[in-house]
Design a protein around this ligand. Structure first.
Ligand SMILES: N[C@@H](CCC(=O)N[C@@H](CS)C(=O)NCC(=O)O)C(=O)O
Length: 236
């Protein structure tokens, strides 16, 4: 995708020693963490719309967070947050829709009412998808099968392309950061490859990996697996 082909030099994350940016000076800023899947959704959306020059990335070091972030930027003290028109908004699913409808660039949401309705169903399934997939980390991994079957079926619904709604959309962006983490973790730790026997899901991953707007936001899978190990293995 042409708009994704701008290769950016990514700024270093701000920590407790960093000064705040000049907040509310008219600049549109997207506060993220390089490792947060929710923030990644909004970062991908910004890249897909070719807004690299319009929306400035401000990465935050969540482990050593600057105090000004909660005090001056976003009282919820989470990422992502978007500073736009003298307001700060949060919640990744809200933000991807907001960026798609308030900024220039290709539309990432269909007009077709059947697709719109299905998009809402898929957005509301994400939390159960994540819960089912990660709860399976305790067993042999294959118990997550129902969650991946749901995805495989969803990917079969519209036949005009390999994505959730046929053509690439915000729904793909919403799922990608989670699939990016769960896939290498289950492969390495449980020796379970959820793409086996799920050809649509295998193709979806392949197609997503052709999109530079997305691949530029990806973390090293080794780091993702390591951070999931730290997070989930203690509970196993
Ligand atoms: N529901 C929020 C979740 C955001 C979220 O949990 N972000 C994490 C990082 S991945 C965070 O900022 N955690 C810091 C904290 O909770 O103190 C969204 O979709 O934007």
């Amino acid at each position: 995708m042409a708009t994704g082909s701008v290769r950016e030099v990514l700024p270093p994350a701000l920590d407790s020693h960093s000064d705040p940016p000049p907040i509310f000076d008219g600049t549109t800023r997207l506060y993220i963490s390089y490792t947060c899947p929710y923030a990644q959704r909004v970062w991908i959306t910004r890249n897909c719309k070719g807004l690299q020059d319009k929306i400035k990335l401000v990465p935050i070091d969540l482990k050593n967070r600057p105090a000004w972030y909660k005090q001056k930027v976003y009282p919820a003290n989470k990422v992502p947050a978007l500073e736009h028109n003298n307001e700060v908004k949060g919640e990744s699913l809200e933000l991807i829709k907001y960026i798609d409808s308030h900024f220039e660039g290709p539309s990432l949401f269909p007009d077709d009412p059947a697709k719109k309705e299905y998009a809402e169903e898929l957005f509301s399934y994400i939390d159960s998808f994540y819960k089912t997939a990660t709860s399976s980390f305790k067993g042999d991994g294959s118990k997550a099968g129902v969650a991946f079957d749901y995805i495989e079926t969803a990917l079969s619904k519209f036949e005009d392309g390999p994505f959730f709604l046929g053509q690439f959309s915000l729904v793909d962006i919403a799922y990608a950061p989670f699939i990016e983490r769960i896939h290498p973790f289950l492969l390495e730790v449980k020796k379970y490859d959820f793409t086996l026997g799920r050809p649509k899901l295998a193709t979806w991953i392949e197609e997503m990996n052709k999109n530079e707007a997305y691949t530029q936001t990806k973390s090293d899978p080794k780091d993702l697996v390591q951070s999931y190990k730290e997070r989930f293995m203690a509970q196993l």
